[in-house]
Design a protein around this ligand. Structure first.
Ligand code: NPG
Length: 378
């Protein structure tokens, strides 16, 4: 088992309320399990502004706590990983990556694709889709003209839905501009990343969006404000979607019971793994709440795993599932995701996550390495 730290430059800066990202500092996990190699990336970002997790913290907790527990428990099946790691609180992104690396190795050993394995965990569900509609997330823009130009390029490329970052002062105007230029048929949704202070602040600003036919408004309030989202949902006619506020199957259950969301964004990293993500998707399907697969600016490795999730039956809404060139000029995998005619992306069909990590690219981008026995900070 080893941890590798690589720095991968973005094709263009990614601007959100949390800051501007020029490159991703990615923690990669490589395991040999059951005689097969497995890989996963941890989706933590450098600053703890999306959630409490961040790259340096993930690196530390993996080397200091999670990997030693796993090595001493010696699980025989990737399904046991979450239980072994459960005594460590939080750190969902680090746990999710570790579970996925073992799962990748295990599935490669038996020649099974991740999408099929995950679909089999949904009783009675159909086979996973072979391709999924592509959606793209657009960061905060400097101006309405720049936003319209950027969205225009994505629409021309064939993307089927656009998600726009919003914040107080940048909400109704950009949505109205996009509706004016692209018309009512563009599937459009917004994501506030908890930028509105409270229910009345959010209601005041977001009621203006109700006439624009949005798919949903994502995480308008803080990640600990489940009741606030339920209250806001009574005021707005646009469905509320949760993201940061749901970090586990139990959180999803609370959100469903309170009516805090009518749509859910599911990110495996946020909820502690792909198995927990499927569990949440099943709960949402039972409650009649549509879900979509979120993104964390993953490299081709994480994108391949997300495609397996997005291919499952409960994922009826288009996710943040975009082609590799949305973010990367040079991806770290041999088969980067590409956008096909009609705005779809193929779900990998090979064993495990279905893509191979490029050793040459990883070697060229490597900044740190750790093996069990080494000090996590080295
Ligand atoms: O397409 O991968 C993507 C990016 C989608 O907007 C996106 N992700 O809040 O959902 C989010 C946001 C994000 C990205 C959050 C990176 C944190 C880090």
């Amino acid at each position: 088992m080893e941890l590798l730290r690589v720095r991968v430059p973005l094709a263009a800066p990614w601007i959100t309320a949390g800051g501007t990202l020029h490159a991703r500092d990615v923690v990669l996990i490589r395991v040999v399990f059951g005689g097969q190699e497995g890989w996963a990336e941890c989706v933590a970002h450098p600053e703890p502004t999306y959630s409490a997790e961040y790259v340096e913290g993930a690196w530390d907790v993996l080397g200091r706590h999670l990997i030693p527990r796993l090595l001493s428990a010696q699980p025989g099946d990737a399904q046991q990983v979450a239980g072994v790691l459960a005594p460590v609180k939080g750190h969902q992104m680090a746990k999710a990556a570790l579970e996925l690396a073992l799962l990748d190795a295990q599935l490669r050993a038996t020649g099974r694709p991740l999408a099929r394995y995950l679909a089999d965990r949904l009783p009675g569900a159909p086979a996973p889709a072979k391709c999924v509609p592509a959606g793209v997330a657009v960061g905060l823009s400097g101006s309405l003209d720049a936003l319209v130009a950027e969205v225009g390029r994505f629409v021309d490329d064939g993307y089927q839905r656009v998600k726009l970052k919003i914040q107080p002062g940048w909400d109704e105007a950009p949505v109205a501009a996009l509706r004016r230029v692209f018309g009512p048929r563009l599937a459009l949704q917004v994501d506030a990343n908890g930028a509105y202070a409270d229910v009345s602040d959010a209601a005041g600003a977001l009621l203006t969006l109700d006439g624009h036919g949005l798919v949903c408004i994502e995480q308008p309030l803080g990640d600990d404000d489940m009741v606030g989202h339920a209250e806001l949902g009574l005021v707005l006619s646009t469905p509320i979607c949760l993201d940061e506020g749901v970090a586990s199957p139990a959180d999803a259950e609370t959100a469903l019971a309170l009516g805090a969301c009518r749509v859910l964004n599911i990110k495996a990293g946020r909820v502690g793994g792909y198995l927990a993500a499927v569990d949440i998707a099943a709960r949402c399907a039972r409650a009649g709440v549509p879900v979509w697969c979120g993104g964390m600016v993953e490299t081709g490795l994480g994108r391949a795993a997300n495609l397996a999730l997005a291919a499952l039956a409960p994922f009826t809404l288009t996710g943040d599932v975009s082609a590799s060139d949305r973010f990367w000029a040079h991806d770290i995998v041999t088969a980067p995701t590409v956008l096909h005619a009609g705005g779809t992306i193929a779900v990998p069909s090979g064993p495990g996550v279905g893509v191979e990590v490029r050793g040459d690219v990883v070697a060229g981008a490597l900044s740190r390495e750790w093996h069990p026995g080494g000090t996590p900070s080295s």
